[in-house]
Design a protein around this ligand. Sequence first.
Ligand SMILES: Cc1ncc(C[n+]2csc(CCOP(=O)(O)OP(=O)(O)O)c2C)c(N)n1
Ligand SMILES: [Mg+2]
Length: 889
Amino acid sequence: MSGNNKDLETLEQETKEWLYSLDYVLEHGGPERVTELLQQLQIRAHKAGVKIPFTANTPYINTIPREKQPPFPGNREIERRIKSIIRWNAMAMVVKANKMESGIGGHISTYASAATLYEIGFNHFFHGKGEDYDGDQIYFQGHASPGIYARAFLEGRLTIEQLENFRRELKPNGGLSSYPHPWLMPNFWEFPTVSMGLGPIMAIYQARFNRYLEDRGLKKPGGHVWAFLGDGETDEPEALGAITLASRERLDNLIFVINCNLQRLDGPVRGNGKIIQELEAAFRGAGWNVIKVIWGTDWDPLLDKDKDGKLVKRMSEVVDGEYQKYSVESGEYIRNHFFGKDPDVLKMAEKMTDEQLQKMKRGGHDPEKVYAAFKSATEHVGQPTVILAKTIKGYGLGESGEGKNITHQQKKLNEDEMKEFRSRFGIPISDDDIANAPFFRPSDDSSEMEYLKARRQELGGFVPSRKGDVRPIKTPPEEIFEEFYKGTEGREVSTTMVFVRILAKLLKDKEIGKYIVPIVPDEARTFGMESLFRQVGIYSHVGQLYEPVDRDSLLYYKEAKNGQILEEGITEAGSVSSFIAAGTAYATHGINMIPFFIYYSMFGMQRIGDFVWAAGDMRTKGFLIGGTAGRTTLNGEGLQHQDGHSHLLAYSVPTLVTYDPAFAFELAVIIRDGIKRMYEDKENIFYYITVMNENYPMPEMPGNVKEGIVKGMYKFKASDKKNAKMKAQLFGSGTILNEVLKAAAILEEEYKVASDVWSVTSYKELRKDALEVERWNLLHPNGPQKITYISKMLAKEEGVFVASSDYVKTLPDSVAKWFPRTLHSLGTDGFGRSDSRAALRDFFEVDAKHIVFAALNGLVKDGKLKPAELDKAMKKLGINPNKKNPMQS
Ligand SMILES: Cc1ncc(C[n+]2csc(CCOP(=O)(O)OP(=O)(O)O)c2C)c(N)n1
Ligand SMILES: [Mg+2]
């Protein structure tokens, strides 16, 4: 270092001059000028090859200094009392539930640490929906639900009985769900957050979708999205995985509040580090506005005294594990271990008693600090904000859990612990009553209740609250779909191409066109959707700031502020979050948006299954379209791309209606029916439809088979060989239906087997119907028995039953027991391969020859054909009995 040549005094003098200059500029030019100058200095130094140390961190103190703190507009005392009562009731709810019903669970410590964060929001910031749906969207941390219920109880929205039935949802009058579930409490919860990590990313895309609606003129500007999450939760890849989207899109309508209680379930989040600093660096690096709320008001005088930064240095060097220890230790311990490490720092605390030291608050428990942060966040322009609030897990639980590693699991308090809690928060419950952990609600005319209600009224009504009843949409007219009922007159197309054409037509429809939201994760060209780029534009808040490279072509890459397509890039998690935001817009904004999320089917259910589950919970509406589906239809791509099981995974989502259509008319009927059921009849369902990329002529709809298509199965082609001795009923789905048709022809021509061909559009729908009938008949044995749709269709059908699909055999097997006779299932169990369609269909044994052989085999078993015929057929068809089992190879 060249500075080494100078003597110490000169160096000190030089430093002083620089600092003096900085003070001068700050005084005369303000902070902006200082920033400008520092940037210039940085550039100059960088050009000269100076390596400037990088840190994305600021010191370990509050971002908003005391001088910049706004006055607190509320009544501190009343708000404290309200909060204390809510704390008590939240705790009592869990304790009671576990007293009466041991092991029923619940969480006390999460809300205990977050109470101030929520209460400042409820009293000053969270906007209710009002009449016009112009409120905020708030993602409450799932494990904090007892606190949210406890507040709703004070607000008069929940009864004592409901509180007593926390986690007892099957009680005759209903109970409260453990966590936020719109499916279970559709007038209360909006966002399921308890699968950790999903809340934060869904909130980001919610904020982005709000912007989309505003930019397209479908919603008034305004409202914030608040996402409350745990510090441990940020380890989930989804939690931080999309934060750059929020800053790139300048989502200043988005606020994350991360409750940094330094603990997760098992222990410290970062015992050896500092989660707040780690998160600060990540969010600042990603371009967010970061507000740290670390220290409470009682630290301010000490920080004022800290002229040489020794206290701040000490604050910055202590690791989280140690801070956690302070939260359970005495004042004396804190004096010795925190302050005592540096004599100057120790001196700062000399006038304070041990008790005072122990009671010094963390920022997240200080209403004035939290208020300042929230206010600053809501006023911040141009960036999303994250508030990193330091708290203590289990705050107020004292010996029974505050700051302890076991606190997350704490569900029971003994009498003494409850007395202590009661006294600490001043709840008017006598020692005699305390054993029952009674709920407490002040009288309606008390100052607390009046205050609380007035605040919510001023802020537009209660939160959380969900409205699900929106005006229905009129299903688009049949004319739009008729073209598809007619077939393609020999022209070869794929169901994917048909889907894109249906989508393009829906987008043009005067009534519903503007409500359609096409969503793609960088696969539009894969599905031949690029014509839509130009037709409706790709949404971008800033429009298009560049001349696209293909501007001269007809289908150029058009980005526009009122663009309609959400081109999400390579993020299925992000895309499905947009799908959910769009598909729940009827409830959040009162607008019936109709999302179509089209993606590679292999990167759907198995990759983002948890989101799809959450979508079901949220009563999301819309169409998930699994493209390039089918284990053998997507030739060439191989093991990772060939999907033979997404339909099986879709079985697990109760409200997901699934279809595997083969022909254009089927797809058209399904989509029209879907719009009708979801948006006109207002059913709480959503759709998963697979489309494939194999081209073949689309036939005309054979008569009125619409009902059968929707119900899951219809006879596509009846054999005209009425007097044949041998018969077969062949079932196919998706493109494999073509193999089934080929098989039928072979069976008829070469083996004299009359073969009817059925298209099975949905095994899941067939199974749902059958299960319902079976259950009804079981429970009503002496009444008239119902008949399954399968029976209605097949009871009189003769011959062998063979089903083949491009999906696993479990699909046909899932309905086999309701078939009149044995169903022989062919399917694509096993890992995919890269090869041609023909080779793959041979490998997986789902092609025409295997269907023929399975049918002949069945006929032999039924005694209709001699066994010797099978050897001959095997040779003729070219089936190798010793080929490898695709399941095991
Ligand atoms: C995806 C997922 N994994 C695991 C859990 C189980 N779980 C519930 S709460 C919790 C710890 C939460 O810690 P943190 O996020 O810090 O929240 P805190 O309760 O401390 O506020 C865990 C592991 C879950 N709910 N979701
Ligand atoms: Mg935590």
